[in-house]
Structure formats: C-alpha cells, structure tokens
Design a binder for this molecule. Sequence first.
Ligand SMILES: NC(=O)c1ccc[n+]([C@@H]2O[C@H](COP(=O)([O-])OP(=O)(O)OC[C@H]3O[C@@H](n4cnc5c(N)ncnc54)[C@H](OP(=O)(O)O)[C@@H]3O)[C@@H](O)[C@H]2O)c1
Length: 292
Amino acid sequence: MRHRRLGELTVSAVGLGAMPLSIEGRPDEARALATVHAALDAGVTLLDTADSYTLPGAAPGHNELLVARALAAYGGDTSDVLVATKGGRGRTPDGGWTVDAGPHRLKAAAEASLKRLGVEAIGLYQLHKPDPAIPFEDSVGALRDLLDEGKIRLAGLSNTDPDQIRRAHAILGDRLVSVQNRYSPQVRDSEPELRLCAELGLAFLPWSPLGGITRSSLDGPARLETGFPAFHEVARERGVTPQQICLAWHLAQSPTVIPIPGASRPETITASAAAADLSLTEEELSFLNTGK
Ligand SMILES: NC(=O)c1ccc[n+]([C@@H]2O[C@H](COP(=O)([O-])OP(=O)(O)OC[C@H]3O[C@@H](n4cnc5c(N)ncnc54)[C@H](OP(=O)(O)O)[C@@H]3O)[C@@H](O)[C@H]2O)c1
C-alpha cells in the first residue's frame, strides 16, 4: 500500500468511503463490518464517515457507530487508522440532505460524533458543506474553537470553492489539512480546488471518485462503463479493472490527492486498495485524458 501525507500524518493513498454502509441500499451489519475489515486488511488507514450517513429521517450517527464497532471488533492494530468524520448536514424523511453549519450546531455535532466514535479527540473533522445562511468565517471559527479545545486534532473542508479554502486556511493555518470535493473523470469541475490544494499542501479527497453509487454497481459503476472507453482499454491492457485504472488516474493528478472510494462489499474495497500500487505512464494518462 502506497501512502500519502495528510497534514503531519501519513495515511494510505486510497481511503474507504463508508457512506454506502449506512444510507439507502446499505448492507446488513455483518457485511458492513466485513467491508471495513477488508479495508483494514488491505492496509487502508483512512476511513471517511459523517454524522449524517444514516437512513432518511433516522437519527444521526449510524455510520460513525458502525465504524467504531468495526474498529473495536478488528483483531489487528488500528492505532494508525485515521477516522475522518464531518458535521453540518442532516437527512430529511424524504431522502434529502439538509445543511446546518451554525457554530453552536457544529460544536454540538462534533461533541456527539466524539462520543459515538468513542475517542478523546476526533482525528479529522470536516465541515460537510458551507451553510449559505451562516457567515463562512463563523463555521470555520467553530472548527478553530474545537481545535483549540482539543476536541478535534485536524480540520478539513468539504464542498468548498477556492475562495473559501483560502479564507479557511487564513484562519486555521496548518491545522487545516484537507478538502473533500466531488471529482472523477466524469465530473472535473473541482479542478481549481484540486490545484489549490496541491499549492497549499492540503490533501484533496475526491468524493464519488468512481462516479457515485449506482444500482448497477454490482458490475461496476455504470457511468464508467459507458462514457469512458479509454479506461476500459487501459484496464484490459494492464489486466485490472476500469475502476482500478480510475483510482490510479486520481492518484496521478497530484501527490496530494487521496481518493475515498465507497464500498458496500469487501471485494470492492479490496480491489480499490490494490489500485494504490498502480502507476500509470505519461502515455497512458494522456490517452485517458484525451482518448489519443
Ligand atoms: N463530502 C460529501 O459531500 C460527500 C458526498 C458523497 C460521498 N462522499 C464520500 O465519498 C465516498 C465515495 O463516494 P460514493 O460512495 O458516493 O461513490 P464512488 O466511490 O464513486 O462509488 C461507490 C460505488 O462504486 C462501487 N465500487 C467501489 N470500488 C469499486 C471497485 N474497485 N470496482 C468496482 N466497483 C467499485 C461500489 O460498489 P459496492 O457498493 O458494490 O461495493 C459503490 O457502489 C462516500 O462513501 C463518502 O464517504 C462525500
């Protein structure tokens, strides 16, 4: 397993996105635990969760409790595993996602996450999404207070633009270590954020790196199947899967990129973790990017 920097820490170059273990279509508890354990067996040391990863209308915390149970039940050493959680969002009964990132709400959410994870301090706490009803500096100020109080060790952002990243960096300095935005071969509009993270030395965690959860994902994410023949061609030549080529493509974007593919089965995270050791040539990258 290759590793990458995240602030002063070193984590696996591919993390586990734990969201599919708790939202609609989630597996039963045994398969969910087996999926986290397969990630750990494969050397994954970054687990991405959030308080809002739960069923529509359900109480927050399903995913955090699951991750905590999986770590407690794992036979091996988990001391180097970084659990990255998020606060500032919730679920509605109709399947929607709310945003509520006022400073009081964020601090209360972090306290609740801390208890659910059963830790003294949260390893990495990410603002899930800026709240348009709250001055951005107020939400970031809550992260600063949580850092100062020792409730969280490191801070991250999610779904932010370059201006917000610079403003948060000015407030948090090197205690801001990561930005998590949507990014994949299909959806590249967070390219400026990815480049800014490389410039500032922040980890960039692409979410939905394989194009997101699809019902046909048992055979691989459908969106990769259709629009990206180059990924299939390179995969055939290398004897790996298009999803593994996709993760290798992510890792080639910048040394600060750490993809967090989601999984609801042990097999998929095992395959994703193996992609951390794939290096693409310049020719392959050019072919993937241009089809030529
Ligand atoms: N910050 C945010 O706002 C935000 C938003 C969305 C997601 N996220 C985070 O990002 C993570 C990843 O995003 P995502 O789960 O939406 O989408 P994704 O990683 O693009 O795709 C996940 C789907 O791909 C399949 N898959 C994973 N690895 C595979 C492999 N090696 N080969 C074939 N199929 C594979 C999985 O199948 P199986 O289910 O069959 O295992 C799963 O259904 C989430 O889990 C969550 O932690 C964050």
